[in-house]
Design a protein around this ligand. Structure first.
Ligand SMILES: Nc1ncnc2c1ncn2[C@@H]1O[C@H](COP(=O)(O)OP(=O)(O)OP(=O)(O)O)[C@@H](O)[C@H]1O
Ligand SMILES: [Mg+2]
Length: 475
C-alpha cells in the first residue's frame, strides 16, 4: 500500500519491534511511540491512517488518545491493544470510536484481518462511524455483563457500535443466556439511558390483556376500565421498549406492532386520537424465528423490521473461560447481598463447573451459586456443594473423552497392514480401569470384582496379565 502511515504505540519494545516488521512487510510506513505523549504528538503532526495503540502507557494510554483523537483527528482508524478483557474497556474503546481492538497476547493473524479491513475501508474512503455522544462513565449497576470469551467480546463490539444508534436490535439465544441483561446494557449505553427502560413479555401475558398492556386504554373502553391507563409503548416514550419472547406474540398483534413501528403512533384501546411515540425497540426470543416465519406463525415483514441488527448470545458452554469468571462474580455478589462470608471454589468445583453443560445457561449458574452460598456449610465449595444434576449433563461423554485421547495416537499409526492395534490398546484401557477400582476398594478384590461386574477369577487373571500389584492399594 502506497503512502499509508501507521502509528504503533506501546511501552513494550518487543511489541513495537514485531509490529514494525508487520507493517513494513505490508509496505506501510510505521511511526513508533513508547508513551502517550509522543503518540499524541505523532497523531497530530503525521495524521496516520492507522494507529495501533496500547490501552495502558505512561503519559496517557489508548482511551485518552482515542478521546482526543476523535475531537482533533477523526480520520485515523485506531486499533486498541488491551491486556484486560473487561466489558468496560471493550465497550469504551468501541464507543469512543475505536476501529477495533485486540486483546494481548494476540496473534498477528488476528491483527492482520483487522488491519486489512481498515485498509479496505480506507480504500473505499468510507468513514468509520465514529460514535458520537459523551461517554457515560458508569454503566448502570444492573447492566454489568460479565464475559471475556471471544464470543462475548464480539457481542460487546457490536453493542458498542449500535448502542447509541436508534436501530432496532433483535437478541437471540437460549434461555438464560442474558438476553434481557444485554438489552439493558444497550439501553444503559444509549442516548436514551436517562429515559425509561420498559419490558414486556409476550409469553407471560394472556393474549386478551396483551393489547391493553401494550397500548393502554381509555376510560370506559370496556367494562372495568374506570380510568384511562397508559400502555407500555407510552411508558417507554423517549426510552427503550424491550419486547421479550416476541416469538410468542399473536399474529394479529404482530400486525399492529408492525404498524406502530412504521408509523410511530398508535391508538389506545377505545381511543380516537392517535398517540405519538418515540420508542427504541429491542426484541428477544429463544425461538427460531425463521422457522416460525416458514410455519406462518411469525410475520416476515415484522421480522425484517425487528432485526435491524441481530445479536446472538452463545450458550454458556460455548463461552470458554466465562463460567469461572461469572462464578467469581456471583460469589462476590451473593456474599454482599446476603451479608455472609465470601465463599470460594475448590479446584474440583471449578472443574465440575467447567465440565457441566449448563442447559439453563447463566441463570442456572447464578441459581446454583446462590444456593451454594446460602445453604452450603463449607467456605471452600466442593462439587457436592454445587449439587449439579447427574452426569448426563456433562459437556462430554466418557466416550468422547476417550476418543479424543485416542485420536492423536491412532493418527500416528500406519493405516495399512497388520498392526495388532486392538491387542496393543486394550491393556491401556483395562489397566487404569482395574487400578482405579482397586484403589477405591483399597485392594479388596471381592468388592472390586463386584463393582466391575466381572467374575472374581476373571479379575484375578486380569490382574496377573496386566501386571497390577493389588497389594499396593492396601493401606
Ligand atoms: N453475562 C452475564 N453477566 C452477569 N450476569 C448475567 C450474565 N448473563 C446473564 N446474567 C444473569 O442471569 C440471569 C438470566 O439472564 P436474562 O434474564 O437476561 O436471560 P434471558 O436470556 O433473558 O433468559 P430467558 O430466555 O429465560 O428469558 C439474570 O439474573 C442475569 O442478570
Ligand atoms: Mg428473558
Amino acid at each position: 500500500m502506497q503512502g499509508i502511515k501507521a502509528l504503533i504505540a506501546d511501552d513494550d519494545e518487543s511489541i513495537l519491534w514485531v509490529l514494525e516488521r508487520f507493517f513494513e512487510e505490508k509496505g506501510i510506513k510505521a511511526l513508533k511511540a513508547s508513551d502517550g505523549k509522543t503518540a499524541g504528538e505523532l497523531l497530530r503532526s503525521e495524521a496516520p491512517s492507522l494507529a495501533v495503540i496500547d490501552i495502558n502507557m505512561p503519559g496517557g494510554g489508548g482511551l485518552e488518545l482515542l478521546k482526543s483523537a476523535r475531537e482533533e483527528h477523526g480520520e485515523t482508524y485506531i486499533i486498541i491493544m488491551t491486556a484486560e478483557t473487561t466489558t468496560k474497556n471493550a465497550l469504551e474503546a468501541m464507543k469512543l470510536g475505536a476501529f477495533d481492538y485486540v486483546t494481548k497476547p494476540f496473534d498477528l493473524g488476528e491483527l492482520e484481518i483487522i488491519v486489512e479491513k481498515a485498509i479496505e475501508n480506507l480504500k473505499l474512503k468510507e468513514k468509520v462511524s465514529t460514535l458520537t455522544g459523551i461517554l457515560r462513565e458508569k454503566l448502570s449497576a444492573e447492566a454489568v455483563f460479565i464475559g471475556k470469551s471471544k464470543a462475548v467480546q464480539s457481542v460487546f463490539k457490536t453493542v458498542g457500535k449500535v448502542a447509541e444508534k436508534d436501530v432496532t436490535v433483535l437478541v437471540l439465544g437460549e434461555s438464560g443466556t442474558g438476553k434481557e441483561l444485554l438489552a439493558r446494557l444497550i439501553h444503559a449505553n444509549s442516548l436514551r439511558a436517562e429515559r425509561p427502560f420498559v419490558a414486556i413479555n409476550s409469553a407471560a401475558i394472556p393474549r386478551d390483556l396483551m393489547e391493553s398492556e401494550l397500548f393502554g386504554f381509555e376510560k370506559g373502553a370496556f367494562t372495568g376500565a374506570v380510568e384511562a391507563k397508559k400502555g407500555k409503548f407510552e411508558l417507554a416514550d423517549n426510552g427503550t421498549l424491550f419486547m421479550d419472547e416476541v416469538g410468542d406474540m399473536a399474529l394479529d398483534l404482530q400486525a399492529r406492532l408492525l404498524r406502530v413501528i412504521q408509523e410511530k403512533e398508535f391508538y389506545k384501546v377505545g381511543g380516537k386520537e392517535p398517540v405519538k411515540v418515540d420508542v427504541r425497540i429491542i426484541a428477544a426470543t429463544n425461538q427460531d424465528l425463521d422457522k416460525a416465519v416458514s410455519e406462518k406463525k411469525f410475520r416476515e415483514d415484522l421480522l425484517f423490521r425487528l432485526n435491524g441488527v441481530t445479536i446472538t448470545l452463545p450458550p454458556l458452554r460455548d463461552r470458554k473461560g466465562d463460567a469461572a469468571l461469572l462464578s467469581e462474580y456471583f460469589l462476590d455478589k451473593f456474599a454482599n447481598e446476603f451479608k455472609v462470608a465470601r465463599k470460594s471454589l475448590s479446584q474440583k468445583a471449578l472443574e465440575a463447573i467447567d465440565a457441566y453443560r449448563w442447559p439453563g445457561n447463566v441463570r442456572e449458574l447464578e441459581n446454583t451459586l446462590r444456593r451454594a452460598v446460602l445453604l452450603s456449610p463449607s467456605l471452600n465449595l466442593s462439587p457436592d456443594d454445587l449439587a449439579l444434576p447427574a452426569s448426563r449433563h456433562k459437556k462430554e461423554s466418557l466416550e468422547d473423552i476417550i476418543a479424543a485421547r485416542l485420536k492423536p495416537f491412532i493418527e500416528k499409526t500406519d493405516h495399512k497392514g497388520k498392526q495388532d492395534l486392538y491387542d496393543f490398546i486394550m491393556p491401556f484401557m483395562e489397566r487404569p480401569l482395574i487400578r482405579l477400582v482397586l484403589e477405591k476398594t483399597r485392594g479388596n478384590q471381592v468388592q472390586a470384582a463386584e463393582v466391575l461386574g466381572i467374575n472374581r477369577n476373571t479379575l484375578r487373571k486380569k490382574i496377573k496379565e496386566l501386571n497390577i500389584q493389588p497389594g499396593k492399594f492396601k493401606e
